[in-house]
Design a protein. Sequence first.
Length: 838
Amino acid sequence: MTPSKPLELLAPLSGVLLELGQVPDPVFASRMIGDGLCIDPTSQTLCAPLAGVISNIQDTGHAVSITDDNGVQVLLHIGLDTVNLAGKGFTRLVEEGQSVEAGQALIEFEADYVALNARSLLTLMLVVSGEPFTLLADDVVETGQPLLRLSPIEALDAVDEEEGDALFSKPLTLPNANGLHARPAAVFAQAAKGFNASIYLHKQTQSANAKSLVAIMALQTVQGDTLQVSAAGQDADAAITALVALLLQGCGEPVVAPAAVVAPLLSSTLLTGVCASPGSAFGQVVQVREPELNIIEEGTGEAAERAALERGLRAATEALQALQNQAAGSAQAEIFRAHQELLEDPTLLEQAHALLAAGKSAAFAWRSATQATVKLFQGLGNTLIAERAADLADVGQRVLKLILGIQDSAWDVPECAILVAEQLTPSQTASLDTRKVLGFVTVGGGATSHVAILARALGLPAICGVPVHVLALANGKQVLLDADKGELHLDPDLAEIEHLEAARQQQVVRHQRDLAQAALPATTRDGHHVEITANVASLQEVQQSLTLGGEGVGLLRSEFLYLDRNRAPSPDEQAGTYTAIAQALGAGRNLVVRTLDVGGDKPLAYVPMAAETNPFLGLRGIRLCLERPELLREQFRAILASAGFARLHIMLPMVSLLSELQLAREILEEEALALGLSELPKLGIMIEVPSAALMADVFAPHVDFFSIGTNDLTQYTLAMDRDHPRLASQADSFHPAVLRLIATTVTAARAHGKWVGVCGALASEALAVPVLIGLGVDELSVSVPLIPTIKAAVRELALADCQVIAQQVLGLAEAAQVREALRVYHAATVEPSPVLEN
Ligand code: PEP
Ligand code: MG
């Protein structure tokens, strides 16, 4: 349809005219929505430029469309980004579907409020139906004055559509914070116009022509709406794929989730990620999103705003104290203590105070200060710092809500909820109602994140690093979370659910048995003893390991002892820590202290380092310590103070060159001499770089022991970042290449009479125990809670059998084949065990 004779559009407002190209918004300026013009208003009542029907008026009152009898469609949009005002400052005078006269008042708005709280007051009048026009006014207009003359256009040729049965996409969840308002709707409609197929966007029972901006806006979508795209015609398939991808990506708006890959959404019934906390659960999807906070930039006076910020900080500190007091375990309490420390960070407070002094509000100042630091952390390309950024964002939000007086209400989640989120914050995780929440799934986060630690403390199964289309799952959808395998089953059948539930029950029974027998030695059926020690990062973990049957400490990650300190601990404090740990173990047990393994994924606040392009390949571990020998000297002195209280071993991380070992030994000898020690502690190295494994025969004469760090050995051997969420399933320590390097190391150590341990996560996997024992590993240093499980796994085996299976798997091609061979071996030689068969 098109106007049969020229139509004059009246000025909807008084004000100064601007070209669309001058509008500081690419979607409007590029005329993607339609051609028209812009008015910088001097009046506050928006009036109809033509007679017609209100084809859409946004609930927020910031935009309205009118369609006349001939199909001319005009969109009026007050201000830029005014959708964020959520209706504040606007009064709607008309309803959707209502007929209006040219010049009739449509919307009143408070110009001052809008100008102060939105990006701009510039108002757009766009001819979205596409008629060409001529301008009838100069620079300044009055409301009701003729403004544009529209020329008739020929009707567009009907789209050449080959109608057929419409194809439908799977339902998806709209990620845009403000729904499909004008700009994202225009981007979507524009993309839809690129296809010949007839395309519709569906929201519940409503449908909109996907090529019509106005129709899309009329759907009044909001974030979290479940939408579907349908298409009929030759390119329907391609249209659905492209448009679903566009929707998930936010149609040009930044959304919480990164770009999605769509194909698996349409076909897959399984989403995989990484296990953050073990276990399984069957329940319903509950999508979780934080509400947008409405923050006013200008303050009401520096003193008042400063007081508001201080009140918010004080209340947050008290809330965090309460969370620490209620914490289920020390890990949980420690996280909230670290959050409290962030609240006292002088740089953060300085930034906020500077903004208060510049007249900004408390909420604005605090948000700006925390966001700037979060961005800085995230931009460093370092997983561990990025995870601390999540902590800062979390505590920042907590304070912000307190300043704004927003109740941090516990979510109203339904029963049997499996939460799905881009990222959960530690605060959210700690406040979950575990009677209703059975587990959670996140796109972001990592197995080392604080959220993962909390999930384990709460006993909630959780997976992270799941593809972004998990955010498109409909609320209420029944899913099966198998966290042990890092899987979310989207269409589980009854048999799967029952199988998993039975396995879980068996797992519980078996775990209780292993716990009861934790004090028994880890001796195979044919009498071979394997030492089971603990990986620890605190005195508390040492004590816990002893109650769980641990036989010593195989890896003390010393860089974790003072993780949240801005200043280095004093030499005396360090010496005190090592001595206390050694005393807890006693003279009959091994204590393997690893010197600082800083760099890569482990920054240490009190050891500042320059940013590196490839931190994992940079100044990490022993390399950094040799660059700053004073650091190493001081640590050696502190460790040596504990000599005599336990069987002391010192271990160097990330060794790749023999010269590194020799230089470190010289420093150690000098420090021992200075302390008057007659005997050096044992000195060993981590085998976590392929060069060290391949040259183990060269290193062996110079060390007392090797301990294999399979986490790093895997990442460096397979050239796969150990924290890469998409590579998590392939960066598998069961890969025969890694196992062959372990074999090489053990052979070299044996030839020189040295012992070999494994302290990487592979040692904590019951499935790996036969192959490690079979290859000749003497000690397994495992994560504390798994000590009873690994001891029990050893007791079920016979060394002679293990040697056979170990040689077999070395000849396989891939990790999956090794895992399968070990499962088959296990099923054939050991009584059925749910731990291994899942
Ligand atoms: C390893 O790399 O396997 C290891 C034990 O060290 P970390 O995990 O601390 O790097
Ligand atoms: Mg390592």
